[in-house]
Structures are given as structure tokens and as C-alpha cells.
Design a protein around this ligand. Structure first.
Ligand code: NAI
Ligand code: MG
Length: 473
């Protein structure tokens, strides 16, 4: 078995206790993980605190930090195959996705935020009174980053890169299901020039464990979290006890509206990607698919055909599009929704249980719109398809959810595109596409999908303390 360390004050470290991480394709443990104790967590926060309070990182110019982050990005790409294999082994995502998307996006996050912070400007505010006012954005301090298992390295880097670029230090905890890539990333980053103590990685679980200890530590200045909405509530309570600002990216139940005037080839193609990418283990999944009635039957037939054509198999095979779900526990949860769907009156057009912890692309119709299958985040390769009649009804059904992370719509009518995009309650609306990101744009959700936004200036706002300076002229 391989050994996965913690990473504290510039060095990989073992711990006095361990847990195992599972390869969900082999359905067997593949590595032993250093399970951080309270003393380890204390050492990690102390190292990050010292690196912030006394170290060079927050005092370097943004240009100098940019150069280090670019060097880390280059090092990530030099280790791309190794990092990709760690994520695929740990959570079963297809290797083509780890290699082609997650690792390059990790490097892009580092480069983008390095560049952004180096180019950001402040305001000069001339005052009629003759006073002179200006703003600065000072690094906020020690950031706690808690990330989930669905895009292990990529989502961790989406938090760590802006935190570092804006001059903070970090204690990061990857999900217990996927501890491998982030520990290796920290090592690679220090080899590439990141000073010791600036990025620390602790390993373990959430409640009554290192996740809870980290997020309730009063020495933490910012908490950035991606994961389940219920976990967000727990972390929020811990954070508010210390008045620590939080940025939360939580669950979703994305609506996808296909209008009768859509380019159906493109709509089928994107709608498949929207819900079956990463076996549906995506907060942005377009898991509620609404199709306007005149094209409903035709769209559905083509959608089912495309779902059945997806390649299910060994995640290490470059041809595989759907691998196993990330863990046995998660697989059981997703499978329970298959049974629930039937109880709630839905018809399964295709899909269901596969070999091992696999659920094959599953298409449900006639589901009860008020039932759990239509309302809860399933986080698996499972979509509910329903017809709708007109634009008002489409918008109403799309907005009928406690979540508000994202929505999609397909139409060739430009006026309709703008009109509907304006009426959807969601942090991101994609028109005739999906997953396309500009890292300057706000990313996050309304309602139960989160608190705050990250990306470009939004990340800067969160990871700094904006300051006003007023001088009497
Ligand atoms: P989770 O929200 O429990 O875990 C995410 C991270 O939070 C992990 O690193 C975990 O160790 C940590 N954590 C959990 N409780 C904590 C606490 N009290 N204090 C501090 N840290 C804590 O998600 P989990 O259990 O892995 O997945 C459960 C469901 O959440 C999934 O089935 C899916 O529906 C949803 N989910 C949504 C994600 C998203 O991107 N929106 C990502 C992962 C899961
Ligand atoms: Mg694992």
C-alpha cells in the first residue's frame, strides 16, 4: 500500500494514526493516509500563522508571487500524469478527464490568479473637501480550505490559488475520500519555490475531526468551502462563533431548458455532458431537464440513444466516459434514488445498476415534480426529463428549487435567450453551451447553493481586507 502524508511547514509528515483510502474501481484500499491529530492540526495552523505574520509571502510584491505561482503551475504540468492518476485511482473519474481537464485547470487557476493579483489596481477617490482618499487590498491572513471529492485537485486549487495570489497562507483539508493529489501538490509547490508554511495540508474527516477543528480555530481568518449544503450550515455555525468570513459553494439541482427552436444536435450533446460528466458527481449538473412539448418526443429519443452510447468502464482506460461512483457510501446513496424514483411513480427509460459501484447513465420520466428525486441533489448519473409548454412555465419550473447554482437554456432566438437568462434565479446561466468558464466571472450560487462568489475581483474581495485611507491635503 502506498503512504499518503500530511504536509506541514514545508515537509511531508506521517501521523500517529492512519486511515485508508479506497480505489472505487478495485473496491479495495490502495493507500494508507496520515490522519491528522489535534497536535498536527495545531502545528499546521501555527506554521501558516507564522508564515503569514512573520514570513515573506504576504510582504512580497504581487508580481513576485505571480512568478512563484507560474512556477508551481509549470511543475503541476510536469507532473500531470502522476497527479491525474492519483485522482483517478482515488475517486474513479475517467483518466481522460483527470489528464485533459482537471490537471490543466489546476495549472490555469494558479496562473490566472497570479496574473490577476499582479494586475489588479486600487482606487483613488478625489474628495471635494480637499481630502485625498485611496483604497488598498491587504492580504486577509490564514485561509482554511475545505474541498470535496468530486474534482479533488481542481477544486482545491480553485480555493488555494486565489488565497495565495492575494498574499494569504493556507491550511487545506481535502475530502477524506480523495486525500492523495493535494498532499502531492503541496510537495510539488514547495519544490517549485513556494516558501515553507505558506501551504499546509491536513488529512481526515469533518465532524468531530480535523475539518471541524480547523474551521472552529480562532486563528483562521477566512474559510472557503465547497461541498454539501448541510455541511455548509455546520461550518457556518463554527465560523460565526469566531466571526470568520466564509465563502460557500454548495449543492445544486441545475435546470436545463430546451426550447422547441433550439439546435437539437447541440442541445442533445450539451445536455448529455451537463448531467453525465464525472458520472453526474458535479454540483453544476443539469439534472432537471425540461423540454418544450413540440420537440419533447424527438429530443428524448435522441437523448436516450446518446446516453446509451456512453462508454462505461475502467476509469484508467482512456476511452472510458463513465467510471464507478466515488465511494461505496455514495454509490448506495445514488442507488437508493433509483428505488425511490420507482416509488415516486417515475419510469426508468434507460440506465440503472452497473458492475461494481457503477450506475449507468439513467434517464427518468414521469417523476413527481414535488417528489424527492426531482428536488434533492442526487449527485449521480441520473436525470429527470419533463415536458413544458411555454416560456413562463419553463422559467417557473426551472426556478422551483431551493438551490440556485446554475441553469442552462437552448434556443436559437436571441431575444428569448436574454429574456429567460434574466428571469432565471441562478449564479450562472449558460445559453447554448455548458461548463464554459471565464475565471473573471462570479462563480457561486443563490439560495441553498451558497454564500458569496469567487472568481476574479470576487475572489479578491473575499481573500483581502479592503482598506480606505483618507489624508487631509
Ligand atoms: P461533505 O460536504 O460532507 O464533504 C465535503 C468536505 O467537507 C470534506 O472535506 C469533508 O471532510 C468536510 N466536512 C464535512 N463535515 C465537516 C464539518 N462539520 N466541518 C468541517 N469540514 C467538514 O460532502 P460528502 O459527505 O463528501 O458528500 C455528501 C453529498 O454532498 C454528496 O452526495 C453530494 O450530494 C454533495 N456534494 C456536493 C458537492 C458540491 O460540489 N456541491 C461536492 C461534494 C459533495
Ligand atoms: Mg479514495
Amino acid at each position: 500500500m502506498e503512504q499518503i502524508p500530511q504536509f506541514i511547514d514545508g515537509e511531508p509528515r506521517a501521523a500517529s494514526r492512519t486511515f485508508e483510502t479506497i480505489d472505487p474501481h478495485a473496491r479495495a484500499p490502495w493507500a494508507t493516509v496520515a490522519h491528522s491529530t489535534r497536535e498536527d492540526l495545531d502545528a499546521a495552523v501555527t506554521a501558516a500563522r507564522r508564515a503569514f505574520d512573520d514570513g515573506p509571502w504576504p510582504r512580497m510584491s504581487p508580481e513576485a508571487r505571480r512568478d512563484v505561482l507560474h512556477a508551481v503551475a509549470d511543475a503541476v504540468m510536469a507532473h500531470a500524469d502522476e497527479l491525474a492518476r492519483l485522482d483517478t485511482t482515488d475517486m474513479g473519474k475517467p483518466i481522460s478527464a483527470s489528464t485533459g481537464k482537471d490537471v490543466p485547470r489546476t495549472a490555469q487557476n494558479l496562473r490566472f490568479f497570479g496574473d490577476y493579483a499582479a494586475m489588479a489596481t486600487d482606487e483613488r477617490l478625489p474628495m471635494a473637501s480637499g481630502h485625498h482618499a485611496y483604497t488598498t487590498h491587504d492580504p486577509a491572513g490564514v485561509t482554511a480550505s475545505i474541498s470535496p471529492w468530486n474534482f479533488p485537485l481542481m477544486l482545491a486549487s480553485w480555493k488555494i490559488a486565489p488565497a495565495l495570489a492575494f498574499g494569504n497562507t493556507v491550511v487545506a483539508k481535502p475530502a477524506e475520500q480523495t486525500p492523495a493529489s493535494l498532499a502531492r501538490f503541496a510537495e510539488i509547490a514547495v519544490e517549485a519555490g513556494l516558501p515553507a508554511g505558506v501551504l499546509n495540508v491536513v488529512q481526515g474527516f469533518g465532524p468531530d475531526d480535523v475539518g471541524e477543528w480547523l474551521t472552529s480555530d480562532p486563528r483562521i481568518d477566512r474559510i472557503t468551502f465547497t461541498g454539501e449544503s448541510g455541511t455548509g450550515r455546520a461550518i457556518g455555525r463554527a465560523a460565526m462563533a469566531n466571526l470568520t468570513p466564509v465563502s460557500f459553494e454548495l449543492g445544486g439541482k441545475g435546470a436545463n431548458l430546451v426550447f422547441a427552436d433550439a439546435d437539437l444536435d447541440a442541445a442533445v450533446d450539451w445536455s448529455i455532458k451537463a448531467v453525465f460528466t464525472n458520472a453526474g458527481q458535479v454540483c453544476l449538473a443539469g439534472s432537471r431537464l425540461y423540454v418544450q412539448r413540440p420537440v419533447y418526443e424527438e429530443f428524448l429519443a435522441r437523448f436516450v440513444e446518446a446516453a446509451e452510447a456512453m462508454v462505461v468502464g475502467d476509469p484508467m482506460d482512456p476511452a472510458t466516459e463513465i467510471g464507478p461512483l466515488a465511494s461505496e457510501e455514495h454509490w448506495r446513496k445514488v442507488v437508493s434514488y433509483l428505488d425511490l424514483a420507482r416509488e415516486e411513480g417515475a419510469k426508468v427509460l434507460t440506465g440503472g445498476r452497473g458492475e461494481g459501484w457503477v450506475v449507468t447513465p439513467t434517464v427518468l420520466v414521469d417523476a413527481d415534480p414535488d417528489g424527492r428525486v426531482c428536488r434533492e441533489e442526487i449527485f449521480g448519473p441520473m436525470v429527470v426529463v419533463q415536458p413544458f409548454d411555454d416560456e413562463d412555465e419553463g422559467v417557473a419550473v426551472a426556478n422551483d428549487t431551493p438551490y440556485g447554482l446554475n441553469a442552462m437554456l437552448f434556443t436559437e432566438d436571441l431575444r428569448r435567450a436574454h429574456r429567460v437568462a434574466g428571469r432565471l434565479r441562478a449564479g450562472t446561466v449558460w445559453v447554448n453551451c455548458f461548463f464554459v468558464r471565464d475565471l473573471r466571472a462570479p462563480f457561486g450560487g443563490a439560495g441553498d447553493s451558497g454564500i458569496g462568489r469567487e472568481g476574479g475581483a470576487y475572489s479578491r474581495e473575499f481573500f483581502t481586507e479592503p482598506k480606505a485611507v483618507v489624508i487631509e491635503a
